[in-house]
Design a protein around this ligand. Structure first.
Ligand code: AMP
Length: 287
């Protein structure tokens, strides 16, 4: 496995790789969720490029950029174990040289949900993903359903800007007690870690109600909110039941929907989601 930093090193190493090339973009501090993407890419592509970059432009000034956990040596060992061929670890000055002023903005899809709480977040995400795609020139790109809105936004960008890339969205990997794996789970103390199971528990309660016949979007949102309210350490930021592709909130009786939520446990902000569908229970959004 080779590791590169600069764009010219990347281009030289990329030119040697057999195609199709799959990219797995990450911010590092890797866990099984990230590794599931790398393994899927390994299975489906001739070459796998992982990127590790804690992208400053997707963090607002009051967010956790400086505190974000990092462990490059461990990450590289894990990626090597997952069969990755090339790791690109650009530094901020490589991605954002002085006088950088070009941005990718996906419009309506980024005004809701995470974008409503974090207004500059997806501008940073779309821009850095475009730069990662331009550098690596992959045929396939692997993203996690954990960040459901991000996956929808990236798919929109790929279509709108005509990137010749297939976006593959992989299922959420969870801890044994249901908590969706996240690098940010490391911020939680033991009590908070226990309380954090409220996200998956509340989504599961809504799913059970859906399968028992509850189809009303408001009622499903209320079930999630009620379970979250029962956990004193958790504060609900939003709960959404939206169209899985347009991300517009749904009203009345629904057949399919993306239930998604953000919750604060202490100072840690956690997200989770579940796609519910009338035909087969749950499914993962795929392109
Ligand atoms: P991050 O390092 O948080 O930017 O995540 C990098 C990629 O891994 C994104 O596509 C995430 O959606 C994906 N990812 C993060 N956590 C999980 C998880 N628990 N299950 C599946 N994919 C995940």
């Amino acid at each position: 496995m080779k590791t590169v930093n600069t764009i010219s090193e990347l281009r030289a190493a990329r030119a040697e790789l057999p195609e199709p090339v799959g990219i797995v973009p990450t911010m590092g501090f890797l866990h099984e969720g990230h590794l599931s993407l790398a393994r899927r890419a390994r299975h489906e592509c001739a070459s796998v490029v992982a990127t590790i970059f804690v992208n400053p432009t997707q963090f607002a000034p009051e967010e956790d950029l400086d505190a974000y956990p990092r462990d490059l040596d461990r990450d590289l060992a894990l990626l090597e174990g997952a069969g990755v061929d090339l790791v690109w670890t650009p530094t901020p000055d490589v991605m954002y040289p002085p006088n950088f002023q070009t941005w990718v903005i996906v419009e309506d899809l980024t005004r809701v949900l995470e974008g409503a709480s974090r207004p500059t977040h997806f501008r940073g995400v779309a821009t850095v993903v475009a730069m990662l795609f331009n550098g690596v020139q992959p045929q396939r790109a692997y993203f996690g359903q954990k960040d459901a809105q991000q996956a929808v936004v990236v798919q929109r960008m790929v279509q709108d800007l005509n990137y010749p890339i297939e976006v593959v969205v992989c299922p959420i990997v969870r801890e044994a007690d249901g908590l969706a794996m996240s690098s940010r789970n490391t911020y939680l103390n033991p009590d908070q870690r226990q309380a954090a199971t409220v996200l998956s528990r509340s989504l599961k309660a809504a799913k059970l109600a859906f399968h028992a016949g509850e189809r009303d979007a408001d009622a499903l949102r209320a079930i999630v909110a009620e379970v979250v309210a029962s956990e004193p350490l958790a504060q609900l930021e939003y709960i959404s039941c939206a169209h899985p592709e347009t991300l517009q909130e749904l009203d009345g009786s629904i057949e399919n929907g993306l239930l998604s939520m953000a919750v604060r446990v202490g100072r840690t902000r956690l997200i989770d989601n579940l796609v519910i569908t009338g035909d087969s229970g749950t499914r993962n959004v795929k392109t």
